[in-house]
Design a protein around this ligand. Structure first.
Ligand code: NAP
Length: 324
């Protein structure tokens, strides 16, 4: 028979990327009974990143290795990490939460920290998955520095693509911005900066058909993009050492059943303690509305969230003990 206490926690952390693992570590240090639920192997977006060079204390570390270190660190301080796929988070009338998994388990806790990240929209073309982390990237800040003095491509025409293309010119010698129409969606001010940048060349009306690459000395690398003219249908090829894709990003917030405050793009709005508009539900990392989304900001959010959870639980206990 299942022991129900196996599914009762002080806090349930949904997602084991950097935010979830850091929240687990802090919750464990705070002597909370915490569980981190993760569908796959712990690590989140770190596992899709070859090298990380902007995490303080590590001039250069493989994403996979940082993920392993964060996992071991969280476990050392008592966080339990379970492989489970959450299908829904529901607030009960007493203010606690029920977290259901597709495996059929029901976890309960007075608090939940949502660290389920987000999913960059994919081009869904041949080569994209094969070279992800080896020249195909969804994060300019994470990977731009690997392409110093090289020619690279950015795909997209919105604010993200235009802003990141501009950012990437600090490393790359040339940046092609490839857009499927003859007009950008990005705001005027960003467009003007883009047009004025001599390192950027816009390739209008092109759809990416394939990301081509090769394997050399055991390392995969991107070499070119195969394109199709969206007006004439003509095919062409452009040489590039990397393909940065910015065609949209979807925060993974579909698990929350109740209404919560979010910005127009669906990112979760929190207060300065990382609490959402649903009391007891906290959010940290890439799904939170904020200026930037980095490993460092994810762990910062998570630290605040875990400490805020401790205070929230203490307040809740004192309210219960005075019969409020
Ligand atoms: P977005 O505004 O939705 O733009 C996505 C871009 O990708 C569009 O140009 C779209 O082309 C293109 N696209 C979509 N699917 C494609 C596909 N399969 N193949 C090729 N191109 C494709 O997304 P975003 O740029 O990520 O921005 C999301 C939100 O964040 C926006 O509200 C944006 O304003 C905001 N944001 C703001 C800033 C800032 O203010 N500094 C920075 C980043 C993001 P079409 O134009 O043809 O549809």
């Amino acid at each position: 028979m299942t022991n129900t206490t196996d599914f009762q926690f002080d806090t349930i952390i949904v997602g084991a990327g950097p935010a979830g693992l850091c929240a687990g570590m802090y919750a464990g240090r705070g002597m909370l009974k915490a569980v981190v639920l993760e569908t796959r192997v712990p690590g989140g977006e770190l596992l899709n990143t070859e090298k990380i060079e902007d995490y303080p204390g590590f001039e250069s570390i493989l994403g996979r290795e940082l993920a392993e270190r964060m996992t071991a660190h969280a476990k050392k301080f008592g966080a339990e990490i379970r492989q489970a796929t959450v299908e829904g988070i529901h607030r009960l009338p007493d203010g606690s939460f029920e977290v259901k998994t597709i495996e059929g388990d029901v976890y309960t806790a007075p608090t939940v920290i949502l660290t389920a990240g987000g999913t960059p929209t994919k081009l869904e073309v041949p080569g994209e998955a094969e070279y992800a982390g080896f020249g195909v990237s969804y994060c300019a800040v994470c990977d731009g520095a690997f392409f110093r003095n090289q020619t690279i491509a950015v795909v997209g025409g919105g604010d993200a693509a235009v802003e990141e293309a501009e950012y990437l010119t600090r490393y790359a010698s040339k940046v092609y911005l490839i857009h499927r129409r003859d007009e950008l969606r990005a705001s005027r001010v960003l467009q003007e900066r883009l047009f004025a940048n001599p390192k950027i060349e816009i390739i209008w009306n092109r759809q990416v058909l394939e990301i081509e690459g090769r394997e050399q000395a055991g390392m995969r690398e991107v070499t070119a993009l195969r394109l199709k003219d969206t007006v004439t249908g003509a095919e062409s090829r452009v040489a590039a050492a990397a393909c940065f894709v910015f065609i949209g990003f979807r925060p993974n917030t579909g698990l929350i059943r109740e209404h919560f405050r979010h910005d127009p793009s669906g990112y979760v709005i929190t207060d300065d303690r990382m609490m959402t508009s649903i009391p007891g539900l906290f959010a940290a990392g890439d799904l939170r509305a904020q200026l930037t989304r980095q490993v460092t900001t994810a762990v910062g959010d998570a630290t605040t969230a875990a400490i805020a959870v401790e205070k929230y639980l203490a307040d809740r206990r004192s309210r219960v003990s005075v019969g409020a």
